[in-house]
Design a protein around this ligand. Structure first.
Ligand code: 5GP
Ligand code: ZN
Length: 141
């Protein structure tokens, strides 16, 4: 198991720091966020320490996403939320504060006041072709 001594989520996963636990299996733990954006805001965290999604093994990412779907269903049922977001921040610039990969389950309700900027542009054809080339090359690497 990959772990890091000063990591808060490693400590929660290892039972050294308490949490309001909702779900646990061999690879994943899920608990209420201590600073909820909305009622029922929940985190899904792999027990092993990886900083970001791209750093973690694909099978573990799959286990996390299975837990997100399962816990998310239960959170929605229990809170009566009409909808929910999954949020996953990788890196400080993207808003990641805790450097142990995690998935946010955020229940949503009409008028909850929670929003985000989504300043959509228009996909440029030349740039799209360049991106497809670069990303598919990276995928095959
Ligand atoms: P990030 O910005 O890194 O994606 O989100 C980190 C989340 O972890 C925040 O929503 C924050 O409220 C939550 N968090 C940080 N420390 C603790 C803690 O000790 N216990 C719990 N339950 N949540 C925490
Ligand atoms: Zn950790």
């Amino acid at each position: 198991m990959v772990s890091q001594a000063d990591c808060i989520f490693c400590k929660i996963a290892g039972g050294q720091v308490p949490c309001h636990k909702l779900y646990e299996d061999e690879q994943v733990v899920s608990f209420l966020d201590a600073g909820p954006l909305t009622r029922g805001h929940t985190l899904v965290v792999p027990k092993a320490h990886y900083m970001t999604l791209e750093a973690m093994p694909a099978e573990l990412a799959g286990s996390c996403m299975a837990a997100v779907a399962r816990v998310g269903r239960a959170v929605v049922a229990a809170t009566g939320a009409g909808a929910w977001n999954v949020l996953q921040n990788n890196g400080r610039v993207a808003g990641q504060v805790v450097e142990h990969v995690h998935f946010h389950i955020i229940p949503r309700a009409e008028g909850d006041g929670l929003g985000y900027r989504w300043p959509a542009g228009t996909l440029d054809k030349t740039d799209a072709e360049q991106l497809v080339g670069a990303i598919t090359e990276a995928l095959s690497g």
